[in-house]
Design a binder for this molecule. Structure first.
Ligand code: AMP
Ligand code: MG
Length: 179
């Protein structure tokens, strides 16, 4: 079993109109093997098709630039590379901090009329962490890092940095996640 610890960034707005649909603009992911070793890393930007112009709010939040997006491929192309990188020939489970990332993948797959079945092997580390450590409710990644005595390294709200920080918590509880 390989574990894919991932984090997505998406288009966003300070105050969202109903018509504005969030689309993934970055996938950051680490592949961890049965022994708990990081054996691969995936980081790609994605050019959104509905709102290819990032809002100032989104650029400020994520530090992702318009140039990062302009030179990126669209979701349908990047997701092909991502699935190839996951390597579905081996058993895998997608792990993210909450269910947001899975839902956002589902939305983008629907938008691009792509298969969603590969998303079914997914767990929320955020919810399992709350159960494992007897918290009353799930907490943010920031707070979990602080509780565990880990530093938030890199830039918060950058997919690859968030994934690396989430992986620290993933690693600390490696034997306890319920797949
Ligand atoms: P995160 O993994 O916490 O960086 O968040 C993933 C995505 O959720 C971001 O790329 C944004 O699209 C959205 N998001 C996160 N925080 C906010 C916020 N405070 N306001 C609006 N959207 C947000
Ligand atoms: Mg993030």
């Amino acid at each position: 079993m390989n574990y894919i610890v991932l984090d997505l960034e998406a288009t966003c707005w300070e105050s969202k109109n109903k018509a504005d649909q969030n689309e993934i603009i970055e996938i950051g992911a680490l592949k961890i093997n049965e022994d708990g070793n990081i054996i691969g890393e995936f980081c790609e930007f994605i050019k959104p098709i509905l709102n290819p112009q990032l809002s100032d709010f989104c650029k400020n939040l994520t530090t992702i630039t318009q140039a990062d997006i302009d030179t990126a491929d669209t979701y349908n192309i990047v997701i092909k590379r991502f699935k190839k990188w996951i390597n579905q020939a081996e058993p895998f489970v997608l792990c993210s901090w909450g269910f947001y990332d899975r839902r956002q993948f589902e939305k983008d797959c629907k938008l691009h009329k792509l298969d969603k079945t590969w998303l079914s092997n997914h767990i929320s580390l955020k919810h399992q962490y709350a159960e494992l450590t007897n918290l009353r409710k799930p907490i943010g990644m920031n707070e979990a890092l602080r509780r565990e005595g880990f530093k938030l390294e890199g830039t918060h709200h950058r997919g690859i940095d968030d994934a690396r920080n989430i992986e620290k918590i993933f690693d600390a509880y490696f034997d306890y996640w319920v797949i």
